[in-house]
Ligand binder design. Structure first.
Ligand code: GLN
Length: 491
């Protein structure tokens, strides 16, 4: 067995038993990052010296007997979390020179738990995308390949660098953010577990904003237990985020062995969409039978407004993005391109600093918020969003959790689905409803496609009931017995 076979939980045990030191673990990971990152491009910035210094502190803490399960664990930090003294780009050229003077709450909590940061993970620019191809720092390569083929595949997005890093074992776990699926879809594309917690469960303070009413941080890791360990440290009320929830954080690990006996699991009719890959439908059926076999009751439900999900999301998210991204004006932080006057400087800076997808969203967002169109688009979208929330509320009167596929396909090739943006947006069809409703949702690896690529199932829960989501996810994980590994990985 190699050191790279350890999970977070496994590594924590080895560290506690002094069979391995944090310095040994982190040195191995630093080496793996150096070897594989030039190919995968999973990290935009690597921080090996910082990681080593944190590992030394971790060893001291373990020796002193006050370690947490994350002490000495090497993680990748999505480059959307502000990290004090470490460049934070959001994968945008406009933030290329930006070194934050403060730390995001989530990364600060991980630090406080003793976790080690290997570097800042690549993503779609400002987290806008489903494939990582919109990054201003080059695309990320998925460590998985189709059987017998060499074509490069995307890792999904926007947390694609986080996903590729964990799948290739150049991080033990990673932070992600999810606005419309950015934790769940890349987790599914790379054979990982990943949870978007309830909106408000983790603080958004210090996370570069995309769509503030949707953005939520969460963990991505090799299995469900590792996600629970990470979320224990990431979650919690924060006075610095007015939308963070003033609620106690339960021990999510305690929910893992609850089982699903007696739980009612909803299967939404509207997620059986025409044209979904038959393999995905078959996997969903398997998931249903696994839960039934473990004692869950399967209930047919309806989420009638599902068909509006993408339309609503692609109005609300760009609207909020256009407002949030107004701050990148070449004055306060980031890059500046000088012009003949102030307006010219703004225009040149934003023209040079933002990529095509970000510009597209700013234009759509500005349009739907403008006088005369606001009622027709933004207000209407907000109303339908409410109906979607009501769908979930009514469903959760009948069921404890909902099971669906995570994504309509396995990972696709770099260069595919790029002819028109709407084709790319269709990737998010199964993930955006939970985002719009603010409910927690997790993706768990559940099988392989005929081409040998990982496929995920999604478990959606009630607001603030991540525990049931973890329990059902653990049951799926157990039944699926997913052990496949990508060819490209640290060994
Ligand atoms: N793919 C979606 C988008 O492009 C979701 C992104 C995200 O969750 N950050 O908006």
């Amino acid at each position: 067995m190699s050191i790279f076979d350890l999970t977070i939980a496994g590594a924590a045990k080895e560290l506690a038993a002094r069979k391995v030191s944090a310095v040994e673990l982190v040195t191995a990971y630093n080496g793996a990052v150096e070897a594989l990152n030039p190919r995968l491009n999973a990290y935009i910035t690597v921080t090996p010296e910082l990681a080593l210094a944190q590992a030394k502190q971790a060893d001291a803490r373990i020796a002193a007997g006050n370690a947490t399960p994350l002490t000495g664990i090497p993680l990748a930090m999505k480059d959307l979390f502000c990290t004090e003294g470490v460049r934070t780009t959001a994968a945008s050229k406009i933030l290329e020179p930006f070194v934050p003077q403060y730390e995001s709450t989530v990364s600060a909590q991980l630090k406080a738990a003793g976790a080690v940061m290997l570097g800042k993970a690549n993503l779609d620019e400002f987290a806008m995308g489903s494939s990582n191809i919109t990054s201003g720092y080059g695309p990320v390569e998925n460590p998985w390949k189709r059987a017998g083929a060499d074509a490069k595949l995307v890792p999904g997005g926007s947390s694609g660098g986080s996903a590729a890093a964990v799948a290739a074992r150049i991080a033990l776990g990673a932070t992600g953010t999810d606005t419309g699926g950015s934790i769940r879809q890349p987790a599914a594309f790379t054979g990982l577990a990943g949870i978007k917690p309830t909106y408000g469960r983790c603080s958004r303070y210090g996370i570069i904003a995309f769509a503030s009413s949707l953005d939520q941080a969460g963990p991505m890791a090799r299995n469900v237990e590792d996600c629970a360990l990470m979320l224990n440290a990431m979650a919690g009320f924060d006075v610095k985020d007015s939308t963070s929830a003033e609620r106690a954080v339960p021990d999510f690990c305690a929910a893992l062995n609850r089982g699903v006996k007696g739980l009612r699991i909803g299967i939404p009719a509207e997620y059986r969409m025409d044209g979904t890959n038959p393999e995905i439908v078959a996997l969903w059926e398997k998931g249903i039978s696994w839960l039934r076999a473990q004692g869950a009751e399967i209930v047919d439900i309806s989420l009638p407004h599902t068909k509006y999900g993408l339309a609503v999301y692609y109005i609300v998210a760009p609207a909020e993005a256009s407002s949030n991204l107004a701050r990148y004006d070449g004055v306060r932080f980031g890059a500046r391109v000088d012009g003949v006057d102030l307006i010219d400087m703004y225009e040149r800076t934003r023209a040079a600093g933002f990529g095509a997808e970000v510009k597209r969203r700013i234009m759509i967002g500005t349009y739907v918020l403008s006088h005369g169109y606001y009622d027709a688009y933004y207000l209407k979208a907000q109303k339908v969003r409410n109906l979607m929330l009501r769908d979930f509320t009514q469903a959760f009167a009948k069921v404890d959790a909902i099971l669906t596929p995570t994504a309509p396909s396995a990972a696709f090739g770099l260069g595919e689905k790029m002819d028109d943006p709407v084709t790319m947006y269709l990737n998010d069809v199964f993930t955006v409803p939970a985002s719009l409703a603010g409910v927690p949702a997790m993706s768990v690896p559940a099988g392989l496609s005929a081409e040998g690529l990982p496929l995920g199932l999604q478990i959606i829960g009630r607001h603030f009931d991540e525990e049931t989501v973890f329990a059902v996810s653990a049951a799926i994980e157990k039944a699926a017995g997913f052990t496949a590994l990508p060819e490209v990985r640290a060994k």
